[in-house]
Design a protein around this ligand. Structure first.
Ligand SMILES: [Zn+2]
Length: 472
């Protein structure tokens, strides 16, 4: 998932200048400078530093955390794909709800804040507020997200919507280097003809054709880079029309794409299949002028040390300078120690679930993990309970109050505490899970149904237990 931003549009090819010199620049080269309920307040670092430099930028995701790996695989192919048009969304006009109320872009902020791009809070935003609700401007089946597929979908947009796409920032992608070389060769060939003092009529015709070809190739290259940098995985269920169930679809969301990354994010972005929009919710209270940030690398933001996160953010050429990444920040050491602790906790939970998966609680669905022979011992169950409680505590200390908190509590409520017979505690965690999920993805997101059902099931179980106790 990714997000991006549009400043002076960096030409990922680095070829724009050459094109300008040759007077061959197409639309592709010029870019308008458009300009107990869970405590959701972080215990520290309320105002993460925003020194992050975007040599490139980021995106989302993932939940709607974008799954970059699937994108990558879709874009490597050099074969000519059959483009299937995706008709599930009306992308003829911008229909994004909201930001006017809560958010402004960097542009109006530049004088005081040094020229970075992103989305900033206009006003105090309460945890749980839906800040953005945005349909995709482009949505493609992931197997068709190569340069030809993106180009074909782009051509169907109106001029103004095309410009919205072109305004997005992009980062050079390794899988596109072949395209880049091809463009460089074309420029070289055109340059030779261009420099000839006298050209035959045939040469002039060839040069003209080369220029047109070059314009198209540069545009395709640029669109592919924009798409790879900014696209978000939609995880469609049986919708929308014409797309078989569970086919991965990837979308581009120009407003949400402006969100920058932070390892201490304050918003959560996800796909809502009911309203067919990406939503962005505040995961904690946000102060006026704070930058809105999400995680481009999903939960790896929480469970990986700074060095590893740096490596994962290369795809967006994003240098995160949040307090958990900025080695000069006074809180850096503490953050990094906490992330290492979270990593160790996660390793234990992986081990625990590898044993538990073959010995599930009959009343609960089981996580799909690798198999193992022995069921967890009572001691391992108790250790799992303590490990998750510790993870929740550390996440809160870190100011990380998004869906990962809900996931941890759900593990307790559904997979650990019931097996220990701790039904009342399980129900309490299930209730909190639901509260957190509602704040992060909204009460109308179908993904929340399973959490609701878990809570109801546990509520019934607790009542049953109470009745049984009375009878005794
Ligand atoms: Zn960071």
């Amino acid at each position: 998932m990714s997000i991006q931003e549009g400043e002076s549009t960096p030409d990922p090819t680095g070829l724009a200048e050459n094109l300008m010199d040759l007077n061959l620049n197409a639309a592709a080269t010029d870019k308008p400078d458009a300009t107990e309920p869970e405590n959701f307040s972080p215990k520290k670092d309320k105002k993460p530093s925003r020194k992050g430099k975007r040599g490139g930028k980021k995106q989302h995701k993932k939940a709607a955390k974008s799954d970059s790996s699937s994108l990558d695989s879709g874009l490597t192919s050099s074969e000519q794909p059959t483009f299937t048009s995706f008709n599930g969304f009306d992308n003829t006009k911008s229909d994004t709800h909201t930001e006017e109320l809560f958010v402004f872009g960097q542009r109006s902020f530049t004088d005081t804040d040094g020229g970075e791009h992103g989305l900033f809070a206009k006003t105090h935003i309460l945890a749980g507020t839906r800040i953005i609700s945005e349909p995709p401007i482009l949505a493609l089946i992931e197997s068709q997200t190569d340069s030809e597929g993106v180009y074909a979908a782009f051509q169907k947009l109106s001029e103004s919507r095309k410009q919205e796409v072109l305004d997005l920032r992009s980062v050079e992608q390794e899988v596109l280097l072949g395209h880049r070389d091809e463009i460089a060769q074309l420029i070289e060939d055109a340059e030779i003809l261009e420099k000839k003092n006298e050209r035959t009529e045939e040469e002039s015709t060839i040069l003209k054709a080369m220029k047109i070809d070059l314009d198209t190739k540069v545009l395709k290259y640029r669109l592919a880079a924009i798409f790879m940098t900014n696209a978000v995985s939609l995880r469609l269920q049986a919708d929308p029309k014409g797309i078989p169930p569970n086919v991965p679809v990837t979308g581009l969301f120009p407003t949400a794409a402006r969100l920058n990354h932070s390892c201490i994010p304050n918003v959560f972005m996800t796909w809502n299949s009911r309203i067919k929009r990406v939503t962005v919710h505040a995961t904690r209270d946000i102060h006026p002028r704070d930058e809105l940030t999400c995680s481009y690398i999903g939960t790896k933001t929480f469970f990986f040390p700074a060095e590893e996160r740096r490596r994962l953010l290369v795809k967006w050429a994003f240098k995160c300078m949040c307090p958990a990444c900025d080695t000069n920040h006074s809180a850096f050491e503490e953050h990094d120690a906490n992330r290492c602790k979270l990593y160790t906790n996660q390793e234990y939970m992986d081990f625990f679930f590898s044993k538990r998966v073959e010995h599930p609680n009959p009343s609960a669905s089981t996580p799909s993990r690798k198999t193992h022979t022995d069921p967890p011992t009572q001691y391992e169950y108790l250790l799992a309970e303590q490990t998750i409680l510790d993870t929740i505590d550390v996440l809160r200390q870190e100011g990380c109050t998004d869906m990962e908190l809900a996931r941890q509590r759900k593990m307790l409520a559904v997979y650990v505490l019931p097996d220990l017979g701790k039904w009342t505690a399980a129900l309490a965690h299930a209730k909190t899970t639901l509260l957190i999920a509602e704040r992060c993805i909204g009460t109308d997101n179908p993904d929340i149904e399973e959490t609701r059902k878990s809570k109801e099931m546990l509520g019934k179980k607790v009542e049953d237990e109470k009745r049984a106790t009375k009878r005794r």
